[in-house]
Structure formats: structure tokens, C-alpha cells
Design a protein around this ligand. Structure first.
Ligand code: FE2
Length: 191
């Protein structure tokens, strides 16, 4: 099978116990603005991408740990690559599956359809497709839905692949129709 390449690099997500300080730092250094923020997650951007950085607040997600600088917990959570179309993402899924490389989390974030993979070291990466053509539409989705569900809704990749290959329109999948149940945050090392 041909190897479909991502169309661009999209964002980095960090896990932190210095949530407020980190969000402020990226605003100061990059001139980033906060797209959405709640006590657990913050999304920032500095250009026309819906988010370039996100921060997960470990003080709330893992309150039992206290070592502020413990490696493997604090730091990069994942990096994200955007594919040009849903077909590209799912044909990549099919190609990788033949090599026994499977995503550990398939999640419709509302603004992206995403599959998360881990490399052999456990470094996590998100392969995604934008649900909306414009940042305005993505921002409107964030404003409407992220308060109730900032994570997303899981999907079955084999089911979607079969339906796409059977000719079902990508638009049926890109715009999320259901907004619950909210998925737990899954990680390469924990599942
Ligand atoms: Fe992401």
C-alpha cells in the first residue's frame, strides 16, 4: 500500500503541575491566546490552527502524585499530525494495521477525528483530520460543547473504515452527531 503522509504538523500537548504558570508562559512567549480553558485542560493557539498547545492539569488528573518534576509524568503528552482527509487517515489506519501497528485510542474530539498511536518507546502521537474547514467553525464547536465534554466520544475504527470503503460520505463522520458519553483520557502506557 502507498504511504500517505500527513499534510502538516499540528500541535503539542503537555502534562503539568504548573498549570497556570505554563498557560501564562506560552501566552507570554508565543503571544498565544486561550481558545478554551477549564480547570483540567487549556487550549491555546497563535495562528489560524484551532490549537497549537494544550495543557493537562495533573494536579487535578493525578492528585495523589506530588513530585513536580517527575519525568514520564510531567512533560510532552503527545504530538499531533494532520491528514488531508478522512480517507487518508483511515487508509493509513488500514496500512498500519497490516503491520500490526494499532491505535490505542480512537476518539472524535468534535473538532478533529483522531487516532492515537505510540512508538516503541511509548511516545504518543495523534493522527487527526479536521472536522471543520475553518477555525471559526471549530471555535464555535469548542464554545458550544467543550464545557460539557472537552475530551470527546470514542469510535470503532474498523466499523468506520468499512463504512467509508462502502462509500459512505466522510461528512457523516467528520461532524460529530453525538456528544456523549465522554471518553476517559487514555494513554499509551496505561492501556
Ligand atoms: Fe491532540
Amino acid at each position: 500500500m502507498t504511504c500517505i503522509r500527513p499534510s502538516k504538523f499540528a500541535h503539542v500537548v503537555y502534562r503539568t503541575r504548573r498549570f497556570d504558570e505554563m498557560v501564562q508562559w506560552y501566552q507570554t512567549v508565543f503571544g498565544a491566546k486561550v481558545q478554551h480553558r477549564n480547570p483540567v485542560l487549556a487550549f491555546l493557539t497563535y495562528d489560524d490552527e484551532h490549537h497549537r498547545f494544550a495543557f493537562a492539569n495533573l494536579s487535578l488528573l493525578q492528585p495523589e502524585e506530588s513530585e513536580a518534576d517527575r519525568r514520564g509524568v510531567i512533560g510532552v503528552d503527545h504530538v499531533a499530525y494532520t491528514y488531508a482527509s478522512l480517507n487518508d487517515l483511515f487508509e493509513t489506519y488500514a496500512r498500519l494495521k497490516e503491520s500490526e501497528i494499532r491505535p490505542y485510542w480512537c476518539i472524535h474530539h468534535g473538532i478533529t477525528v483522531s487516532m492515537y498511536y505510540a512508538d516503541p518507546d511509548g511516545n504518543q502521537m495523534e493522527f487527526q483530520v479536521d472536522s471543520y474547514a475553518s477555525t471559526e467553525e471549530a471555535n464555535a464547536f469548542i464554545d458550544e460543547h467543550f464545557s460539557a465534554n472537552p475530551i470527546g466520544v470514542e469510535f470503532d475504527p474498523d466499523d468506520w473504515l468499512a463504512r467509508l470503503r462502502a462509500g459512505e460520505s466522510a461528512s457523516n463522520f467528520l461532524v460529530r452527531q453525538v456528544h456523549e458519553p465522554m471518553s476517559p483520557v487514555r494513554g499509551a502506557m496505561t492501556d
